[in-house]
Design a protein. Structure first.
Length: 77
């Protein structure tokens, strides 16, 4: 019985001091950080482009109105 207990202690001691599982945890944390970083950068870029995109849409709408009132000519755009 004491032989089994010694083997169990040795096995648990090896399990606690082993760093094999730690590498997996590090990769998971790194992948999570990269995903959060990518989402953050995407959000910043998209919010920064909202105003220029609206300006382009307004200019196209204005040009379309000009073309309709000038028989298709967009020279005033």
């Amino acid at each position: 019985m004491s032989m089994n207990l010694a083997r169990i202690r040795a096995h648990l001691g090896g399990f606690v001091t082993s760093e094999d599982g730690l590498v997996t945890v590090e990769w998971v944390a790194l992948a999570g950080a990269l995903a959060i970083g990518a989402i953050t950068v995407g959000w910043i870029v998209l919010n920064g482009l909202k105003t220029p995109a609206n300006n382009i849409g307004n200019n196209l709408s204005s040009c379309w109105s000009t073309a309709n009132s000038n028989s298709g000519s967009t020279s005033g755009c």
